[in-house]
Write a protein that binds this ligand. Structure first.
Ligand SMILES: [Zn+2]
Length: 392
């Protein structure tokens, strides 16, 4: 194996191996399913297997020269395509390397690839990128038509493949022909956590393989093996919702994100403008760093309101994500008997969509707070202490 700590999906891997052994590997695969569960690593494992010179137990050896080149993303027959920023690209004929506006940007990209070579769950995200550039597709097509070593498999890995289609489907259209009729011994592996954004013409040309979320039991035991205390591990497990990549990130970022969540939630229960401002400030900072950070905060807030909804409906604490807030959740449910917690979740989802479409963030957050308070209905106060969420 390339990755010793990848949790291999035995069913999917078995299916892939079966097609490979029978020489019936489809020329285009689309790995999809929730984020952070190792889909990209499975694609890399398959790329390695196809060209490994010392296959062991139907898996790549991880040590031959081909495997080593794949781990370091330097294999001449394996091309990786990712969303990249526009950088210094002026026309669709420019090399995609111009996406990196200076040495530093290029070095950060190479460091990120290096990390991915050792961590199957590392997140590949180039700052400032929001689409797969048509330049990347054109260059890949040029490369593929030039003679690469005939005996070897040519593998095109396209990660965050939905970005072929958004904000514009230009890259998707450029890919269609080669996706339909690739050269011999060529396989394209598309990977996406957002299947619904992928256009039908791409869908129909790929064999889709679904990867489900990782079970909570596995995530919890991994976190405990990494010396997380069981109580925090349990919360991280719940809020990771089967996303092993997120659970690993949270080992470091948990206290910081919980401080932001504490402010977010208090602003939903408070008439104090200073706490509203803090929420706006935090949200703007997260968004400026990377939109996915803000999405994460919203996701954690949604989980809290889901806890409220769950307790209101069941009076049970069994499936509560925020086990450290059980007393508060019980009290809040009693204080706000007429609250529509489900509507609160919808307000957050709507705000997220507006902000994604470039809505003016401060206004969106104020509207969100007003909408949530309208759905909670009652006398407001700040229910949480920071010490409820993290050690202060
Ligand atoms: Zn090998």
């Amino acid at each position: 194996m390339i990755y010793s700590d990848l949790i291999l999906n035995a069913k999917n891997w078995g299916q892939i191996i079966c097609s490979w052994e029978n020489n019936r590997l489809p020329h285009a695969l689309l790995f999809h399913g929730p984020a952070g569960i190792g889909k990209e690593a499975h694609a890399i494992e398959l790329a390695a297997l196809l060209n490994c010179t010392n296959i062991q137990d139907k898996r790549a050896c991880g040590n031959c020269s081909s495997c080593k080149k794949i781990i370091s993303f330097q294999h001449e027959c394996v091309k990786l395509i990712l969303p990249l920023p526009r950088g210094k690209i002026a026309s669709s004929n420019d090399s995609y390397m111009k996406a990196f506006k200076n040495e530093k940007a290029l070095q950060e990209y190479l460091d990120m690839l290096k990390e991915k070579g050792s961590n199957p769950y590392a997140h590949l995200n180039v700052p400032g990128s929001n689409t797969i550039l048509i330049n990347s597709i054109r260059e890949m097509k040029k490369n593929i038509s030039m003679s690469m070593e005939k005996k070897q498999w040519k593998i095109i890995l396209i990660f965050q493949a939905e970005k072929l289609c958004v904000p514009s489907p230009a890259a998707a259209h450029a890919l269609l022909k080669i996706l339909e009729e690739p050269p011999d011994q060529t396989i394209m592996i598309l990977v996406s956590s957002k299947l619904d954004l992928i256009i039908d013409t791409i869908h129909s040309r790929c064999q889709k393989i679904y990867f489900p979320a990782i079970s909570n039991t596995i995530i919890q035991s991994q976190l405990e093996n990494m010396e997380q205390d069981p109580a925090t591990a349990s919360i991280i497990t719940r809020i990771s919702s089967g996303n092993i990549s997120l659970s690993r990130q949270l080992i470091d970022s948990y206290p910081e994100i919980m401080k932001k969540l504490y402010i977010f939630l208090n602003s939903c229960f408070s008439r104090d403008p200073s706490i509203w401002e803090k929420n706006i400030d935090n949200s703007a900072r997260l968004k400026n760093k990377d939109f996915s950070n803000l999405e994460q905060l919203f996701h954690f807030a949604i989980l809290f309101f889901r806890d409220m909804l769950y307790y209101q409906n069941t009076n049970s604490i069994e499936d509560i994500a925020y086990k450290n807030q059980i007393e508060k959740i019980e009290k809040l449910c009693q204080s706000y008997p007429d609250a529509d917690w489900h509507a609160c979740i919808e307000h957050i989802e709507n705000a997220q969509n507006y902000i994604l479409r470039n809505g003016y963030l401060p206004l969106m957050i104020i509207n969100l707070i007003i909408d949530i308070q309208g759905s909670i209905q009652g006398e407001y106060h700040e229910p949480f202490q920071l010490s409820d969420w993290v050690k202060v």
